[in-house]
Every structure is written in structure tokens, then in C-alpha cells.
Design a protein around this ligand. Structure first.
Ligand code: UDP
Ligand code: MG
Length: 322
């Protein structure tokens, strides 16, 4: 394999409570990338960790000249941490990966090869259901990919990961995106370009626990799907239309009952109808409410993240340490 040594690779690693994984990950990435001759930098984004993650990153940033940190002012969530890192990255290619060793560093070599062969985005997806995930995580994950593929205009492979390489020209475009709730797996697929998906087998978390609870996952799933499509609105409009037609057909029955004097009977069917339509209306209102909420949040134009401190600064398009 021949590598262009002049090219720089920025690796963005969002980290939330990963104190015991930082040093190990740096070691593993170095082992993988040092022999290639690429110039590379590791940008850790501390997403408001409650443990010693930030100090651990700072310690390594002192030790290695190619390790950088961005400290966010609180926990903003992984996608926003990714955006913070991508916003600062200056590499010819940018790689995003998890801090917990579930994304095998070895795969980076494969990504670089495809990149050198002209691909702009090399993304990864889990080959099988993650053998290390809890069963509720597997279930929500499956449901999520089914949902997003059915309801939105992008197609994501089952188990698409935030482990990917993007060419600088893609990153340049991503930096311009100003969405309140950014969902990178979707945005990257949506962006187009020459894409290549490669499967991988996720490793076990090096240490610690995955930080997404069931409710956080459901919220993320619903939010991401609705961020990518207005289709649920059309679907509920359709349902509303069908039921209105059925209600019109119901009128002759109501009239006949009235003239024949059966008006008191039919209580059960009336209650059932009211309950059903009441529920349906609440559901539809809820869906519309979520979209209105998104418009509300977007209209405030708040930043996706706030940086509390960093040892990165960009001068003449080069990152330097401060
Ligand atoms: N992460 C983050 N902010 C969060 C939650 C997670 O930056 O609020 C990071 C975490 O440190 C890890 C990656 O995102 O590097 C994936 O998180 P995790 O392993 O908890 O989730 P998984 O996708 O493996 O279930
Ligand atoms: Mg993980």
C-alpha cells in the first residue's frame, strides 16, 4: 500500500465518561497509523464528562504533540460533540470514531485505501447485531433503522455507525449545516458524494458502560426520524382523510337509526368511536407538536455546542496549540 505522507488525517473522538479508554485508544491508533507515514492528529471532544476523562485527555495532549482536546461546557450529546470536533478539524480527511474501542482502529487502514482510490465518504455498519449490546438496545436499534428507512428519504444500512472517513470537501459542506438537532449518520448519507459502506464487527467496550438509556435512545430515534422527513405528517393527514370519509358513510346509518327510534342503542359503539378518534387526534397532534417544537428550537438559532476550553486554534488554516 502506498500512502501520501503529505496528507493529514484528523480523527475526532467524542468522549463522555471514558477515563480508562483514552490512553489505550491513543496507543492502539498510534500502533495502526504510525507505520503508514500519514500525518495525523487526534481531537478528543470531552462532552461534559463527570469522571476524569478531561484530565486524562489533557495529560495525553501534553505527552503527544498530535493529541488535542476540546472541552464542551456541558454534556451536549454525541452528535453535537462530533460537530464541535469537525468544526475544528483541518485534515485532508476527517475520521470520526468512538472512544470505547468498539470501532476497531484497524479498519482505518481500509478506509484510507478507499479514500486514496477516490471515495469521498467511507462509512461503516455493524455486520451482525452488536453481540455486546443489551437486548433492549438491539431491539431499539432494529426498530430505529426500520423506522428511518420507511419514513424518511434516506436509506441507512442496519447498524450504521458513527465510524467513518470523510474527505475534506465533504467536511467543508458539513461545517455549513446549521441544524438544531444534527444527526450525522443521516446527514452524511444525505450529503451524497462518492460513498462506500464497509461492514465491521464491533468489539466489546474496552471499559465502562454505554451511556444511552432506553428513553434517551427512543428520544434520539424519534427525533432523528422526524429531523429527516415530513412523511409522518403526510401519513397522519392520509389517516385523517380516510377516517373522515368513513364518518361520512356513517351518516346514513345515524339518520336511519334516528328515524327508526334506535337512538339510545349503540352506546357502546359510540363510546368506542369517541375513544378511538380521541386517541387518534392526540397522536396526530403529538406528531405535529414535535415538528412545531423543532421549528421553535431551530428559530432560536442557538449553537449546537459551547466550547469551554481547547488547546486548538486555527491560524492560516493550520491548527496550532495554544
Ligand atoms: N458519547 C458522547 N456524548 C454522550 C454519549 C456518548 O460523546 O452524551 C460518546 C461516548 O464517549 C463514545 C461514543 O459517544 O465515544 C458512543 O457512546 P456509547 O459507547 O455510550 O454508545 P454506543 O453507541 O456504543 O451504544
Ligand atoms: Mg460504545
Amino acid at each position: 500500500m502506498t500512502y501520501d505522507i503529505k496528507k493529514k488525517i484528523s480523527i475526532i473522538i467524542p468522549s463522555y465518561n471514558e477515563e480508562k479508554n483514552i490512553a489505550f485508544l491513543i496507543e492502539q491508533i498510534s500502533k495502526t497509523l504510525n507505520p503508514t507515514g500519514y500525518d495525523y492528529e487526534l481531537i478528543f471532544v470531552d462532552d461534559g464528562s463527570k469522571d476524569n476523562t478531561l484530565n486524562e485527555i489533557k495529560f495525553n495532549a501534553e505527552l503527544y504533540s498530535n493529541v488535542f482536546y476540546i472541552e464542551l461546557s456541558k454534556n451536549f450529546g454525541k452528535d453535537h460533540a462530533l460537530k464541535a470536533g469537525i468544526g475544528m478539524a483541518k485534515g485532508d480527511a476527517v475520521i470520526t470514531m468512538d472512544a470505547d474501542m468498539q470501532h476497531p482502529p484497524q479498519l482505518i487502514l481500509k478506509m484510507l485505501k478507499f479514500w486514496e482510490n477516490g471515495y469521498d465518504i467511507i462509512y461503516t455498519y455493524r455486520q451482525n447485531a452488536n453481540p455486546h449490546a443489551k437486548s433492549y438496545q438491539k431491539a431499539t436499534s432494529k426498530l430505529f433503522y426500520k423506522g428511518i428507512n420507511m419514513l424518511s428519504d434516506i436509506k441507512l444500512e442496519d447498524g450504521t455507525a458513527d465510524f467513518r472517513l470523510m474527505d475534506e470537501k465533504v467536511v467543508k459542506q458539513l461545517k455549513l449545516i446549521d441544524e438544531y438537532e444534527i444527526f450525522f449518520r443521516g446527514i452524511v448519507k444525505w450529503a451524497g458524494y462518492k460513498q462506500m459502506g464497509i461492514p465491521y464487527i464491533p468489539s466489546k467496550r474496552h471499559t465502562g458502560e454505554a451511556s444511552y438509556s432506553f428513553f434517551k435512545l427512543v428520544k434520539l430515534a424519534v427525533g432523528s426520524i422526524m429531523a429527516f422527513s415530513a412523511r409522518p405528517l403526510y401519513i397522519v393527514t392520509g389517516i385523517g382523510l380516510v377516517f373522515s370519509m368513513m364518518a361520512i358513510l356513517y351518516i346514513p346509518y345515524v339518520l336511519v337509526s334516528y328515524f327508526e327510534g334506535y337512538t339510545v342503542s349503540g352506546w357502546a359503539s359510540m363510546i368506542a368511536t369517541i375513544a378511538f378518534f380521541g386517541g387518534l387526534q392526540l397522536l396526530v397532534l403529538g406528531i405535529i407538536g414535535v415538528y412545531v417544537g423543532k421549528i421553535f428550537m431551530q428559530s432560536k438559532h442557538r449553537p449546537n455546542y459551547i466550547i469551554r476550553s481547547t488547546n486548538l486554534i486555527s491560524v492560516n488554516n493550520d491548527l496550532i496549540r495554544v
